[in-house]
Write a protein that binds this ligand. Structure first.
Ligand code: ATP
Ligand code: MG
Length: 334
């Protein structure tokens, strides 16, 4: 099994990223056998599809890498690196640009959503983003890709590109990668609006728990989280029309490893005056140690950079033979 997954370097990681992605990566890494490889990368090239401030870009990459390390990614067992350091991603993306069709990219919902009405003003990179993503995966001949629901269409496209390349050039170079979406992956909503996803790009910092937040910040954000005046129900059905209450119960369950029904068995009938402090205590207990490790790692940013450089060398050694094989299939003289 060869697993590849990336995360865009567009800001600080939050509880939604942790419960929806990073924790699954750590679990995957911990389940790997001797012949399996996990590659996790900071998608700094993908971040270029929207305008980035260079200084922020550099610090984001180090901070996000430190967060992954603090959350349990082990750079000896997994290969952790930043995309820009491994040229095969860009080189293969160009090659696959000859295989992908404009019509395929035009159908991508992320392109339609992110470009909006201003297609003429969108960057070319935003349009060809899924081709780079295909290269990210295919360069390692990945068999499995942990993705969120929102990325399933892009993985489908990577499979189409792989199939067409293999067929056009009569090679068996790219295996078709399978999506991996663990069933218990929760979708965490904003603490200010239970109908909006918790996200890095939400302008309100109170809407999310950042993995760098202090214990006091975590407690204050849960204390001020939007709720309704009713006590918690004792059955999950009672949360149907209460998105904010449902979100807090989902977070509690995800952090404690229980089901939402278990949580309601304990807290049903109680008000938020009792539930919020219990949730804050649980979150501090689970996230505090990650934050403490993160703060310690950020004391030596150069060491985090060196870890990424080492990971990049290992990633490069895996990706280069695939790139060379693709170049040979095309008759390129390299
Ligand atoms: P942005 O606002 O810039 O899109 P984001 O917070 O949505 O940032 P991404 O970099 O798009 O974060 O996503 C990184 C990973 O975290 C993806 O696997 C995504 O599915 C997951 N993820 C992001 N937000 C949530 C959330 N609220 N709940 C669960 N998973 C999430
Ligand atoms: Mg997102």
């Amino acid at each position: 099994m060869r697993v590849v997954s990336g995360i865009q370097t567009t800001g600080n990681l939050h509880l939604g990223n942790y419960l929806g992605a990073i924790r699954n990566w750590v679990r995957l890494q911990d389940r790997m056998g001797a012949d399996d490889v996990c590659l996790f990368f900071l998608a700094d090239l993908h971040a270029l599809t929207v305008t980035q401030d260079p200084a922020t870009m550099a610090s984001n990459t180090i901070e996000m890498a430190a967060t992954l390390l603090a959350a349990g990614i082990d750079p000896d067992r997994s290969i952790l690196f930043n995309q820009a350091r491994v040229p095969a991603h860009s080189e293969l993306a160009w090659i696959l640009g000859g295989t992908a069709r404009v019509g395929w990219l035009n159908r991508m919902t992320q392109w339609k959503d992110k470009a909006g009405k201003n297609r003429e003003g969108a960057s070319v990179g935003l349009f060809t983003y899924p081709v780079l993503q295909a290269a990210d995966i295919l360069a390692y001949r990945a068999t499995h890709v942990p993705v969120g629901e929102d990325q399933k269409q892009h993985l489908e496209l990577a499979r189409d590109i792989a199939t067409k390349f293999n067929l056009d050039f009569n090679v068996d170079l790219f295996p078709l990668p399978e999506p991996m979406i663990p069933e218990d992956t929760p979708r965490i909503m904003s603490l200010r609006d239970g109908t909006a996803k918790m996200s890095k790009s939400d302008p309100s910092d109170m809407s999310r728990i950042n993995l760098i937040d202090s214990d006091d910040q975590i407690a204050a954000k849960f204390r001020k989280a939007k709720t309704d005046p009713e006590p918690l129900p004792s059955e999950v059905g009672g949360l149907a029309e209460r998105p904010e209450a449902r979100n807090l119960v989902t977070i509690y369950a995800a952090l404690s490893g229980e089901t939402s029904q278990d949580v309601l068995a304990n807290f049903g009938g109680q008000g938020f005056g009792a539930f919020k402090p219990a949730l804050a205590d649980l979150a501090v207990a689970k996230l505090g140690p990650i934050r403490d490790r993160l703060v310690a790692l950020l004391d030596d940013r150069a060491a985090v950079g060196a870890t990424l450089a080492k990971g990049a060398a290992r990633a490069d050694a895996l990706a280069r033979p695939t790139l060379v094989a693709a170049q040979q299939a095309l008759g390129l003289q390299i």
